[in-house]
Design a protein around this ligand. Structure first.
Ligand SMILES: Cc1ncc(COP(=O)(O)O)c(C=O)c1O
Length: 333
């Protein structure tokens, strides 16, 4: 397999820790809950995009590019980490964010600016067009832009999570545990594609269960086709014969609530539980929704007491500082 031979630019220290959440497990009186701490990858406040960016920047540098261009929401963790990674690699960074420039930059947007990214605002519907328009303009101005898709979710970024699954497989042997499921936040699909492929390669039999952050069952659901496409292209890139179909992916779309980036009781309760019981922070948009979903499934008996689940913490904690009003209003005492 070509995994070790692909261009890679080191951005953080691995492996990330796996920990047992004793007090959370006791409170919910269900399966044993472990956590994989990709929130503590050391670059720019951490998160899952670090692993994808190692391979994306590896390729950008190999191609002699000098500027990263990517897109996302105004509180995008992917954009914040792309801006941070650009600095470490000595590259420039342009971000296309949907929305308008707020009076006060908070959370991830504040960090984008601290990392010196050039921010371009546009409407959500124009985002993809604007991404390539900015790249074209940079090219004309003599730069060498490298376009990273939303979420870093393509066959290059997803390699980071094939690798991560290999890392986890070794840790599970050391800890002598076999989780029945790995649960995590899923959105643009690269994390889930990499984990599902990595699980297959490493003979991991548990469920790779993505909690969708932005989809409903009944809405236009682009997920399985995107996942199949990214996964099979990733397999091809690393020289694996494995090919997957829609039925190989496990997604729960029950937790959209009021919508994407609209956290409510489910998310704020999960934030409170993890903070008060384990001293761990979740981000309101992604990881609090995924953890809230997991805790809801446990309460509904989806997992039994003799089972083990592993929550893959994909980061996003700087989001907390963009929801300060709601967090203060929640009166956590
Ligand atoms: C904190 C966090 N968790 C999970 C995800 C979802 O990862 P993916 O886009 O690979 O599905 C994201 C995506 O932006 C994220 O920021």
């Amino acid at each position: 397999m070509k995994l070790d031979r692909l261009p890679r630019f080191n951005l953080a220290e691995f492996p990330t820790p796996v920990q047992y959440l004793d007090r959370l497990t006791k409170k919910y009186d269900g399966p044993g809950i472990y956590i994989k701490r990709d929130d503590v990858t050391s670059l720019g406040m951490g998160g899952n995009k670090t692993r994808k960016l190692e391979f994306l920047i590896g390729e950008a540098l190999t191609l002699g590019k000098d500027t990263l261009v990517t897109a996302g929401g105004i509180q995008s963790n992917h954009c914040r980490l792309t801006a941070a990674a650009a600095r470490k690699a000595g590259l420039e960074c342009h971000l296309i964010l949907n929305g308008t420039s707020p009076e006060i930059a908070k959370g991830n947007l504040l960090l984008d600016k601290l990392f010196g990214a050039r921010v371009h605002y546009c409407e959500r519907k124009d985002r993809d067009k604007k991404l390539f328009q900015v790249a074209d303009e940079l090219e004309i101005a003599g730069n060498k832009p490298y376009v990273i898709p939303v979420g870093g979710s393509n066959s290059i970024g997803a390699v980071g999570y094939v690798n991560a699954m290999q890392e986890l497989a070794r840790q599970l042997v050391e800890l002598d545990i076999t989780p029945d499921a790995i649960v995590f936040a899923t959105s643009s699909g690269g994390t889930q594609a990499g984990l599902t492929l990595g699980a297959k390669i490493n003979g991991f039999k548990g469920d790779i269960l993505g909690i969708s952050i932005d989809q409903t069952k009944t809405g236009p659901d682009p997920f399985p086709p995107v996942l199949v496409q990214i996964t099979n292209a990733t397999a091809q890139r690393i020289g694996s014969d494995i090919r997957m179909a829609e039925s190989d992916f496990s997604i729960n779309c029950d937790f959209l609530g009021a919508g994407y980036a609209m956290p409510g009781e489910l998310e704020f309760n999960a934030i409170q539980d993890l903070a008060l019981l384990e001293g761990i922070l979740l981000g309101p948009v992604y990881t609090a929704r995924a953890m809230g979903g997991l805790l809801d499934l446990i309460q509904k008996g989806y997992f039994t007491k003799d089972q083990t689940v592993l929550f893959w913490h994909t980061g996003g904690t700087p989001e907390l500082f963009a929801w300060e009003d709601q967090l203060q209003a929640a009166q956590y005492t």
